[in-house]
Ligand binder design. Structure first.
Ligand SMILES: [Zn+2]
Length: 92
């Protein structure tokens, strides 16, 4: 249950909540050759000048920070998962 799944990616998450202020969300719709993809630029909490790009595709989530490289999880991917889950629950 750790992986994002395709329905998460069929639309751009609205992320209007102030919790996600400063997040820059980009969304690419699926094409015949490529799956849908979302990239969220998450500002670092400790250094506002640092932005971490979190990329979600139907079968993986990636963050460019060191924590994710070592542990395969980090606060940035956790926030993005939460943001997308909240966006989905509003649609239901
Ligand atoms: Zn990260």
């Amino acid at each position: 249950m750790d992986q994002p799944t395709l329905p998460y990616l069929t639309m751009k998450p609205p992320c209007k909540s102030s919790k996600y202020k400063g997040y820059d969300v980009r969304w690419w719709p699926p094409t015949d050759d490529t799956a849908a993809m979302i990239e969220v630029d998450v500002p670092s909490k400790t250094d506002p000048n640092t932005i971490y790009a979190v990329v979600l595709s139907p079968d993986e989530i990636n963050c460019e920070c060191k924590g994710f490289t070592y542990r395969k999880s980090c606060v940035h991917t956790a926030m993005v998962r939460k943001m997308i889950a909240e966006a989905r629950s509003k649609d239901d």
